[in-house]
Ligand binder design. Structure first.
Ligand code: DGL
Length: 320
């Protein structure tokens, strides 16, 4: 407001001062009204122009995006899947951090996101804390990046399992992030067993249905030997095969899938963080951005988001 007033009245200090002062008054009244929860004002505010970004290394996050959009349809969303460089799960920590930082930077700088959900467990495990503590304060202190590990660990508490199996990528397993987060929930006598499933993501990205069942069973078998009562699908891609996984483990084992966890957590976050909810636009648009338009991307985008969702190929990736 102030910058615009100064530009328009550069030749007249009196007019300039008057306009600036008047706009200050408007801004103050506006802020007060916001604080008093005038929802209609939030809806029509010129300030709410920003989108929610959802990032994943590939197509897996589309499952999460679909569930989020279903739960909170009023907002505008932009999905970014790095389908050209997937999988992240077998890469070094430095590379995963670099790729994730490039993605969030692209979403913030060019897609006007106020909030980004890093739907990728591997990226959340490796990059989230560093992005929150180093990148955000330096580049976008008022915006937010959320991950998926903690909300999933909280869901484990809710279901009160005692023998928890984690199925995830090699990087997520090696980081022990789930073990740490579940232990933080202070569950008594909880045992956590992990299993890396490095082949599942490439198979899902390629839509290689024939191999999914035998390979998923092979990965799940060691967890069953530990007599788990809860199985956490600790990778964004795995909800794509949750029916198959549920059939493999049987009905006595509770399977926690992130598309059933993250939307409610986000809704709760936005209720508690009105400074973010207040700047989000509500035109119900959905844009899907990918770094490679593969067959599977096209199929899932059309099936889940319809023809109205714009699927676009993008290029990004520079040092920030
Ligand atoms: N989407 C990632 C996750 O949730 C895994 C895929 C990958 O390896 O890139 O861990």
């Amino acid at each position: 407001f102030q910058a615009r007033a100064l530009n328009h009245s550069a030749n007249s200090p009196i007019v300039n001062g008057y306009i600036t002062c008047k706009l200050h008054c408007y801004a103050t009244v506006f802020g007060l009204l916001l604080q008093r929860n005038y929802r209609w004002l939030i809806l029509s505010s010129p300030l709410n122009t920003m989108r929610i970004g959802i990032f994943d290394s590939g197509i897996g996050g589309l499952v999460i995006a679909r569930a989020i959009v279903k739960r909170l349809p009023q907002y505008d969303y932009v999905y970014l899947g790095d389908t050209q460089r997937v999988p992240y799960g077998n890469r070094s920590q430095e590379t995963i951090y670099k790729f994730t930082r490039e993605a969030v930077d692209y979403l913030f700088r060019t897609q006007n996101c106020a909030l980004i959900i890093v739907a990728c467990n591997t990226a959340s495990t490796v990059a989230l804390r560093r992005l929150q503590h180093e990148y955000l304060p330096k580049h976008f202190p008022k915006r937010r990046i959320l991950g998926v590990i903690r909300p999933t660990a909280e869901a484990v508490t809710k279901y009160a399992g005692r023998r928890i199996g984690i199925l995830a990528t090699a990087t997520t397993v090696a980081s022990k992030a789930y073990i740490r987060e579940i232990k933080k929930q202070k569950l008594k006598a909880v045992h956590v067993y992990q299993q890396a499933a490095p082949l599942l993501v490439p198979l899902l990205e390629q839509n290689a249905q024939r191999w999914l069942k035998p390979i998923a069973s092979e990965y799940i078998r060691p967890l069953l030997r530990h007599k788990i009562d809860t199985l956490v699908l600790g990778c964004t891609h795995y909800p794509l095969v949750k029916k198959l996984i549920r059939a493999t483990v049987g009905s006595k084992i509770k399977v926690l899938a992130q598309d059933e966890i993250i939307p409610a957590k986000l809704a709760d976050y936005l209720l508690r963080h009105t400074e973010i909810a207040g700047v989000l636009s509500r035109r119900r648009t959905r844009q899907l951005l990918v770094t490679d338009v593969t067959y599977t991307v096209r199929k899932l985008a059309r099936r889940w988001f319809g023809v109205s969702a714009q699927l676009k190929l993008v290029r990004y990736g520079h040092e920030v």
